[in-house]
Design a protein around this ligand. Structure first.
Ligand SMILES: O=C(CO)[C@H](O)[C@H](O)COP(=O)(O)O
Length: 409
């Protein structure tokens, strides 16, 4: 309710009751919003896939103005939902989420007579790098039904969406999980009203985008996004500093520092050297290796093993995370491997995996899930910012999360 009030203050015309809220609170969620916002359009995201007439009836009687049916539902469901919508005086929106051929389905749905077609990329799909704008552009050339658009939109993509032909812009997380909902809604409102004035940023390559996001989030956010996995055990910050990069791995053996130092020559700018050294009592890394790494633009070093020259490495400032420190080193004998799959801090690390370190420790993100987990960690980060804001207003974490209600039974 608070979020809805703040979003309306920022200029939202419609309030969408999202599917998770409907699943949690049922039709009461619609009734409550209808009562609180008599002059706003209430959109019930029922995502109806069967029994279209009954679900539209329920939502309309609870106070919805517009009800969402899945675009990929059978034609019989869409048609019966439409009959019910006409009977109860509400409008029907068909949502193209996960439709196998969204362009063709949009044409069909227009022919069936729906009031709106929603070009929607779902939250899980967004995490895999899908966005709705390109599909919207294609669809807007083929239909004249009013188009809505949803799927990870913010002020910038809202402007792109309007330029691409959307009449209704549905924004979820970038408003509801903002720490300033009114301001976030106001920015979207401005973009929708003056889309031509909004500049679209170049996000760079996927790897650049991943690194930017990992810089913005914490290792705790990433570990949450990985369902409590990914964190190295027994590895702590030695030289403090945020570290984001891709792994160059080293398997080293007790008393031998040849491969750890040769890895510096193989590393590219922005890489993190991740070392498993058999011994925690003989250092495989020190001041000279650290200075060499700085010359190569290495982003940081992680060592299960030992580091020495602590006064020097602290002055040099390259982020180093390790399990131990000792004064003595071994010799460069030449055993070991560079860029083999290793285990460091109890985590499997492959060359190219994303390695992120901060005050809480180090997490490993498999390279093939880099984009997805960066995006999911960002979502965790947004939720936490919102929770901080709510706790600042008074109350406790358990009250705000309704912990008792949601404990496992
Ligand atoms: O229906 C939804 C998810 O299925 C969301 O409401 C919709 O995607 C908008 O939220 P977001 O902007 O966070 O994607």
């Amino acid at each position: 309710m608070e979020i809805a009030k703040e979003a309306v203050a920022g200029g939202a015309d419609w309030i969408e009751i999202g599917t998770p809220l409907i699943k949690s609170e049922g039709m009461d969620a619609i009734r409550t919003m209808r009562k609180a916002f008599p002059d706003r359009t209430i959109l019930a995201d029922m995502k109806t896939v069967d029994t279209g007439a009954m679900e539209v009836e329920m939502a309309s009687k609870a106070g919805a103005d517009v009800v969402i049916v899945l675009g990929s539902a059978d034609d019989s469901t869409v048609l019966d939902a439409l009959r019910s919508a006409h009977k109860y005086g509400v409008r029907l929106m068909a949502d193209l989420i996960s439709a196998p051929d969204p362009v063709k389905r949009a044409v069909d749905l227009e022919a069936l007579g729906v009031d709106y077609v929603n070009v929607h990329v779902g939250i899980d799909q967004q995490m895999m790098g899908k966005d709705p704008i390109s599909i919207l552009m294609e669809i807007s050339e083929k239909v004249s039904v009013q188009l809505a658009v949803a799927g990870g939109l913010d002020a910038e993509s809202a402007a792109q969406a309007v330029r691409a032909g959307a009449r209704i812009v549905i924004v979820g997380g970038n408003i509801t999980r903002s720490d300033n909902v009114t301001e976030a809604a106001r920015k979207v409102r401005q973009s929708v009203d003056s889309p031509e004035s909004v500049d679209v940023r170049d996000r760079g390559t996927v790897d650049q985008e991943i690194r930017v996001i990992f810089r913005e989030v914490s290792t705790s956010n990433i570990s949450d996004a990985m369902h409590r996995k990914g964190a190295m055990k027994g590895i702590h910050p030695l030289v403090r500093g945020k570290m984001v990069g891709t792994a160059v791995t080293v398997q080293a053996f007790a008393g031998d520092w040849a491969k750890t130092v040769e890895a510096i020559d193989i590393a590219k700018p922005g890489d993190v050297i991740v070392i498993y050294n058999e011994s925690k009592d003989i250092a495989c890394w020190g001041g000279l290796a650290t200075l060499s790494s700085l010359n190569k633009g290495v982003a940081g070093v992680v060592i299960e093993g030992a580091v020495r020259d602590i006064d020097e490495v602290e002055n040099l400032g390259l982020p180093i995370y390790t399990s131990n420190t000792v004064p003595n080193a071994g010799d460069p004998k030449g055993f070991g491997e560079i860029n083999a799959e290793i285990t460091c801090g109890g985590q499997a690390v492959k060359p190219g995996d994303y390695i992120i370190g901060d005050e809480s420790g180090v997490v490993v993100v498999p390279k093939e899930r880099g984009y997805e987990l960066a995006r999911r960690a960002k979502e965790v980060n947004k939720t936490e910012k919102r929770l901080f804001d709510e706790i600042r207003r008074g109350g406790t974490l358990s009250e705000i999360l309704e912990l008792k209600k949601w404990e496992k039974h």
